[in-house]
Write a protein that binds this ligand. Structure first.
Ligand code: NAP
Length: 325
């Protein structure tokens, strides 16, 4: 495993972390098909292979993800750097503090290593949230402050709202099918030494190459996601062809090539989501080697021409659901 400094915090975190949205998530029977013992084995596998960065959120499974992580890390607290997130309805000063205390209880720890604002909320001034965050740091309940899904301007405003702390990270979607952050957020993060925590680094599984039109995951969120439309899977296949060719030549897995492309610079760490130990094992294999400049160029070229089909209207979501019922 390779490790990088999280922002300017001095803490070293693994460049491949563990995303845990899929652990604990049940959406009216349409959640992921996780089971708890596999989930715990997955977390243990991750730690055994050198992953120390585990990401969760109070919203995942309504706290269930945090509880399962708490169970899994009991007795191994020192081996992990725990990141969780406060949901956007809990961003007022009082609520952020209470939410952190609830997460601490569910995780069974004394302190959250990285506490992140999950999404900005335009109706609650960020100054209030950050005041709550600083209080949590002062009380020893949080070590580092992060944000998620923040634009450059939102990130600057959040930073300005802090008096003694610095924002160490911004967790955003970044993968070969979505490179929007390269326009302004990534250059800003490099300049300010804010770590980009890349979520959906495998484009929700598409970049593993295992999905095809008619063969997509069962969970509700991905079923209604336009990214999983037959047309988008066909368009993504152009990128997968290049990844497959490189993977074959280098003796790697397709997902390892996709992840290696992401973590080629120290500003970025990736948190592929996994609920099976075998997936973690494969994802860890994205470290310890480097794509050549020529391979990176080839991947850059094909992925920059990817333009996804867009959702025509939100009214089409129920019809998309019915189609897959
Ligand atoms: N901050 C935010 O707003 C936000 C938003 C989304 C996600 N996240 C975080 O980011 C994490 C990752 O994002 P994500 O789950 O959306 O997408 P992802 O990591 O791109 O894809 C995860 C899916 O890929 C499949 N997978 C993973 N490793 C694999 C492997 N080695 N071989 C084959 N399949 C593999 C699994 O599919 P199956 O489960 O179908 O087997 C898994 O559910 C989440 O767990 C969550 O912690 C944060």
């Amino acid at each position: 495993m390779e490790y990088v400094e999280l922002g300017k915090s001095g803490f070293k975190v693994s460049v491949i972390g563990l995303g845990t949205w899929q652990i604990g998530t049940r959406l009216w029977g349409w959640g992921t098909d996780y089971n708890e013992s596999d989930a715990i084995a997955t977390i243990h596998q991750a730690i055994d292979l050198g992953i120390n960065f585990i990401d969760t959120a109070e919203i995942y499974g309504g706290g269930r993800s945090e509880e399962i992580i708490g169970k899994a890390i009991a007795g191994r607290r020192d081996e992990v750097f725990l990141a969780t997130k406060v949901w956007l309805t809990n961003l007022s000063y009082d609520k952020v503090i209470k939410a952190a205390e609830r997460s601490i209880r569910r995780l069974g720890v004394d302190v959250i290593d990285l506490y992140q604002v999950h999404w900005p909320n335009p109706f609650i001034p960020i100054e209030q949230t950050m005041r709550g965050m600083e209080k949590l740091v002062k009380e020893g309940k949080v070590r580092c402050i992060g944000v998620s899904n923040f634009s450059v301007n939102q990130l600057k405003r959040a930073q300005e709202a802090l008096s003694s702390e610095e924002i160490v990270s911004n967790q955003v979607e970044y993968n070969l099918l979505n490179r929007k952050i390269e326009r302004d957020l990534l250059p800003y993060a490099r300049q300010e030494k804010v770590t980009i925590i890349a979520y959906s680094p495998l484009a929700k599984g598409i970049l593993t190459g295992k999905y095809a039109p008619g063969n997509i995951p069962r969970d509700l969120l991905r079923k209604v996601d336009i990214l999983f439309s037959s047309e988008n899977l066909r368009r993504a296949n152009k990128i997968l062809e290049v990844l497959r060719e490189i993977a074959e030549r280098r003796g790697k897995d397709v997902s390892q090539v996709a992840l290696n492309w992401l973590i080629k610079e120290p500003t970025i760490l990736a948190i592929p989501g996994a609920k099976r130990p075998q997936h973690v094992k494969v994802n860890v294999g994205a470290t310890g080697w480097r794509l050549t400049d020529e391979e990176v160029k080839k991947i850059d070229e094909v992925s920059s021409s990817f333009k996804p089909e867009r959702l025509k209207s939100y009214a089409s979501i129920p019809f998309r659901l019915l189609r897959f019922w």
